[in-house]
Ligand binder design. Structure first.
Ligand code: FDA
Length: 425
């Protein structure tokens, strides 16, 4: 245990502001947790380093915030322990958040695949959370421009001590604190790995953080595809292996760096350096569709067959590649069936080996984070440090694209907020 955590709280400062619980970070998870704890009568401080709360909410969903997904199940999340999220997700469901949306009169719509968005603006979600904080039995002080730089606990970390914090020169104390400072995705918004440093300070493990929901980059071997920048097509994208594998039927977009679009963002969470991804360009076609084309249109060629289903530039690139690997250069009538079957198989599982991702700068979320082995799945409290909680993106629970990450922020925030109220109220 670092000596910092053992240091006497009295060294922090004389003018201490005392609360029942202090939440670090006024993002989705932190604000939800604050509202829940205050509803049950607690006096809460939310310390936020930015100048205003909920900045990631404001830019989410293209400004309309995809605030939940009505089809949320634990299988929509990745974690070293896939069971961890079950309890919190079962106790706070998408319909519970939808009930809040209705209570606040926010107009919404379902886009695709169960994704719910505001009709108006993501600002309404931030306002909803602040209104919930204000409309509570207890009090919530959301204190902005308050970057937490130091946290100590008096007495041993595993005892029932008080936490002391310093944020922007001011001192705060509480018997419970909640780490809700998110992950390092989008550093230009001020995102950092602070949650991990703090967790490690108190002896909690951290699962290696990686960028997720992020575009993948292709190397020189795939320059032909990088030249397709701007072309998009519906595909089935696959990545991963064993129990950790994903398959998504959505659009892929070629970019000048490689691959993006919803299908690629989804599988980026399952992809590891050195592995291939598989793309089915015509995911619903029969394995013998090219042989059937040969029977029906023996004078046609591969480029024409592909351009009936795919954008012209993509059909050009794929037929050029297949010409070089399988030698399909003439009309179908002259190509043996087994070559056509091999071409259809390659189109159904086109292998790309990305050479990287576009990194945290472009990642919608971070995969990995504070290890769930050190947290209670019921309360989000650290098993070895009473009064220390962690929620939201800071924790090793990462959702798919499509409103799942906010649902985790709400559910984990509610779990921790209620547990704080039960223990520290
Ligand atoms: P979040 O990052 O929101 O909040 C953490 C807060 O802690 C921040 O306000 C930060 O400033 C503060 N903080 C950090 N360090 C601090 C310190 N030392 N002291 C004090 N404060 C500190 N998800 C989804 O479900 N639907 C969607 O539509 C989208 N769209 C989307 C778009 C884009 C561009 C991005 C980058 C992400 C999304 N997401 C999303 C993901 C979603 O935004 C994300 O999962 C949640 O915001 C995570 O909420 P948290 O509260 O855990 O962290």
């Amino acid at each position: 245990m670092a000596t910092l955590a053992m240091r006497a709280i009295t060294t922090i400062g004389s003018c201490m502001q005392k609360y029942d619980v202090i939440i670090l970070g006024a993002g989705a998870a932190g604000l939800m947790c604050a509202a829940q704890a205050a509803k049950r009568g607690l006096n809460v401080a939310v310390l936020e380093k930015a100048e205003k709360p909920g900045k990631k909410i404001l830019i989410s969903g293209g400004g309309r915030c995809n605030f939940t997904n009505i089809g949320t199940t634990p299988s929509n999340f990745l974690s070293a322990n896939p069971h961890f999220a079950k309890s919190a997700l079962a106790r706070y469901r998408p319909r519970d958040f939808l009930a809040l949306i209705e209570k606040h009169g926010i107009e919404w719509h379902e886009k695709t695949l169960g994704q719910l968005f505001c009709d108006g603006s993501a600002k309404q979600i931030v306002q909803l959370l602040l209104d919930e904080c204000n409309d509570a039995l207890g009090k919530v002080d959301v204190i902005c421009d308050a970057e937490v730089t130091e946290v100590v606990k008096d007495g041993p970390a595993n005892g029932n001590g008080t936490f002391g914090l310093i944020a922007n020169g001011a001192s705060y104390s509480a018997p419970a604190i909640v780490i809700a400072t998110g992950g390092p995705s989008i550093p230009k918004m001020g995102a950092t790995g602070f949650a991990y440093d703090l967790a490690r300070q108190f002896g909690l493990k951290v699962v290696e953080p990686r960028p997720a929901l992020v575009p993948l980059t292709l190397g020189e071997d795939d320059v032909l595809f990088r030249e397709l920048s701007g072309v998009s097509a519906p595909v089935r994208a696959r990545a991963g292996s064993g129990k950790v594998k994903g398959s998504f039927d959505e659009a892929a977009l070629f970019t000048h760096k490689g691959l993006s679009g919803p299908a690629i963002l989804q599988i980026s969470s399952y992809w590891r350096h050195g592995e291939d991804i598989g793309i089915a360009f015509l995911p619903h076609s029969d394995p013998d569709w090219l042989i059937q084309m040969k029977r029906d249109h023996p004078r046609a060629g591969l480029r024409k067959a592909l351009s009936e289903h795919l954008p012209d530039r993509l059909a050009d690139a794929l037929s050029m590649k297949l010409a070089s690997t399988l030698g399909i250069t003439t009309e179908f009538g002259n190509v043996p069936d087994k070559i056509l079957r091999a071409a259809a198989a390659q189109l159904a599982d086109w292998r790309f080996r990305p050479n990287g991702t576009e990194g945290f700068a472009k990642a919608e979320v971070t995969i990995g984070g504070i290890s769930t082995t050190d947290l209670s799945s019921q309360t989000m409290e650290a098993k070895s440090v009473p009064g220390l909680f962690a929620i939201g993106e800071a924790v090793d629970v990462t959702g798919w694209l499509g409103g799942y990450n906010f649902q985790w922020a709400w559910a984990s925030g509610v779990a921790a907020g209620s547990a704080c109220a039960e223990t520290f109220g």
